[in-house]
Design a protein around this ligand. Structure first.
Ligand code: G
Ligand code: G
Ligand code: MN
Ligand code: NA
Length: 254
């Protein structure tokens, strides 16, 4: 309950912050996108991971205002990037299940796009398989609504959820993000390598871009390049960084 009370105050007290992790073209190691990752600076507990407070935010419904803040802040940071003369950069934002199911979600996305002047095609919303699997007809309607706004849609943590491949045929998805669970062993474990290779082929045959998460070593990247994976994200390139550090590491007009 104490944590819940504190979470209620997090937004008005300005305790939430976005970190940004670069996403690179696998072949050229060139910056192409950035994922916004939420952090909470709790006055006593210090930095609290979203893994520890997103579930609470979902249960209490606080995820709705918090998620809107995340999206607006991500779009505002993107505008700063553009104003600094940055090359086109996709902004990737995580969406939670409760947010996605919220009646006004697509309308909220539309108004944030309008208010911030964000180019819809440069925004990617990250969804998870389980969000699409319950009530698939309604999920499809929501995805169509979002796609009509011009935003891109990605499946995050691909391969780990409860899912069916049939939805890939029906749903208007642009991108698969392979969970780092599969990437971790690709340079040593032939099963992991086979799974990642199969996901890359599956994605490409459906016209999707494929991102590998959790790329931690040059050996990981070498296998991913050989397999033709499009994009790579992970500690090999950079951990998630505060905006100023991200911009210093990847100068927009550099
Ligand atoms: O950045 P980190 O590894 O601590 O993230 C832990 C988990 O929290 C990941 O599953 C990530 O997708 C999720 N997460 C990070 N930022 C957000 C956010 O803004 N919204 C939602 N819904 N989840 C987030
Ligand atoms: O679920 P999602 O993919 O959104 O989770 C993103 C989380 O993964 C972030 O919290 C980030 O800190 C973490 N992360 C990013 N790159 C790496 C990596 O190379 N290795 C590991 N172990 N975690 C990573
Ligand atoms: Mn993600
Ligand atoms: Na993921």
């Amino acid at each position: 309950l104490a944590l819940e009370t504190a979470l209620h105050r997090a937004l008005p007290r300005d305790e939430l912050q976005l970190y940004f992790q670069p996403v690179m073209k696998a072949e050229e190691s060139e910056l192409i996108a950035v994922e916004a990752l939420l952090r909470w600076r709790h006055p006593d507990l210090g930095l609290v991971s979203p893994a520890d407070f997103i579930p609470l935010a979902e249960d209490t419904g606080l995820i709705v205002p918090i998620g809107e803040w995340v999206l607006r802040s991500a779009c505002e940071h993107h505008r700063r990037w553009c104003e600094a003369g940055g090359a086109p950069l996709h902004m990737m934002v995580n969406i939670s299940a409760r947010q996605f199911r919220e009646e006004g979600f697509a309308a909220m996305v539309a108004s944030v796009l309008a208010e911030t002047g964000m180019t819809p095609g440069e925004l990617t919303l990250e969804l998870t398989e389980s969000m699409l699997m319950d009530d698939t007809d309604r999920a499809l309607a929501r995805l169509d609504h979002l796609r009509a706004l011009g935003v891109c849609l990605a499946i995050d943590d691909f391969g780990t959820g409860y899912s069916s491949l049939a939805y890939l045929k029906r749903f208007p998805i642009d991108e698969l993000k392979i969970d780092r669970l599969f990437v971790r062993g690709i340079d040593r474990n032939t099963r992991d390598a086979a799974l990642v290779s199969a996901i890359v082929s599956l994605g490409h045959s459906l016209g999707l871009r494929v991102v590998a998460e959790g790329v931690e070593s040059a050996a990981h990247l070498a296998v991913l390049r050989r397999q033709g994976c499009d994009l790579a994200q992970g500690f090999l390139f950079s951990p998630p960084l505060p905006w100023d550090e991200f911009v210093a590491a990847y100068p927009p007009a550099g």
